[in-house]
Unconditional design. Sequence first.
Length: 481
Amino acid sequence: MKTSATEPVREPAAAPGGPLDRFFRISERGSTYGREIRGGLATFFTMAYILVLNPIILGSTEDKFGEQLDAAQLATATTLVAAVMTVIMGVAGNLPLALAAGLGLNAVVAFQIAPLMSWDDAMGLIVLEGLLICVLVMTGLREAVMHAIPQPLKQAISVGIGLFIAFIGFVDSGFVTRVPDAANTTVPVQLGTGTLTGWPMLVFCLGVLVTIVLLARKVKGAILISIVLMTVLSVIIDAVADVKTWGLTEPALPDKPIAAPDFGLLGNFDLFGSFSQISVLTVILLIFTLILSDFFDTMGTIVGVTAEAGLLDERGQVPGLGRVLLIDGAAAVAGGAASASSATTYIESAAGVGEGARTGFANLVTGGLFALALFFTPVLTIVPLQAASPALVAVGFLMMTQVKHIDWDRYELAVPAFLTIAVMPLTYSITNGIGAGFVSYVIIKACLGKAREVHWLLWGTAALFLVYFGIDPLEQLLGIK
């Protein structure tokens, strides 16, 4: 079994024993219950922000009829879907891949789809998207596409995701910010607000330093220790200092730690209602956009995280890939049916892998915490992004080290690999990076007279990406806009 070169030194795995150990293959994969628990905790704390962010995104806009979704109901729906699907992935897929409402996809629903129809119709589109993805999985097409990708491109996807997740950490913490358009500058991003200011930024910087020092010293639980320490520090700072803003999550101890969940949004979807609101062609294009984004974001995440965990087989393939992809498609259906938007596999799962998670047992911990969050959301969401983001930066470094496996002297592979790696963080999209790599790989091979070396599925996928990248002129050509 392949072992990741970036794994920290860990305590020896325990001898096999017990039904849970055998079911999840914990000892077989060189892991322990301790590592799995730490990994599950780390994954939860690095993605718990979605409990705050998804209700903000989906609840911040009105549908075609002026209706808005309730924030409390959105929080319950988001948490429930994350808990259920993460546990299902752990039990049925046996990989440390957590799921929740997909960022980017929820923005498409809120700002592109909902203004064209009712919320029920919009969520019906998400259900349709998920069902179609399940069909692609059951026909073997989705798995076949993943197997057709050359190994160097798979490695580039992992490296690109590493840079992307580190960039997410820098942006979420406020260490990197967008330069205001009024500045009339060609520089798109900057350090903080031009300088690093405020107590939250101090927490992030200290968190990065603590995390990398603990990793360098081979301390077990380095990422989780950093998250806990920085959260405690954040709570203290918030209590004694004058902090203007922490962003989405303020680390203040809640007055009422328990809140009853509100399941009012569950089942509020209309499977075919969108067809009565907009043209059939527009519906098809919207579903196509959702599928393509979900399809390749998930593909990149699964390949990147499992590669970092050292779980790819000798052919570079993910174990039990068909089941994993089917669960991911079912998560999209569940997200739409609960009005939480499409749920998908989270790249933040890499934080758990960085803590030693190698099996689905870690998902029981992550999913269990999401289930607790249904009732203890005020307590479990006090971790500010500044305390959790250093974990993403550290995991980005660990995933980046796989760049050494790419043969940079073979331009026909190196150029697509470079574009995959560069486009992901620079466009803030895993899908865009994969698309750039696929299209350039196919074109370069064809121009070198090696078109027959390209799997037919890659030709078809590259063609779809050309449509994806050119969707705006295509809509104009067809008179949709």
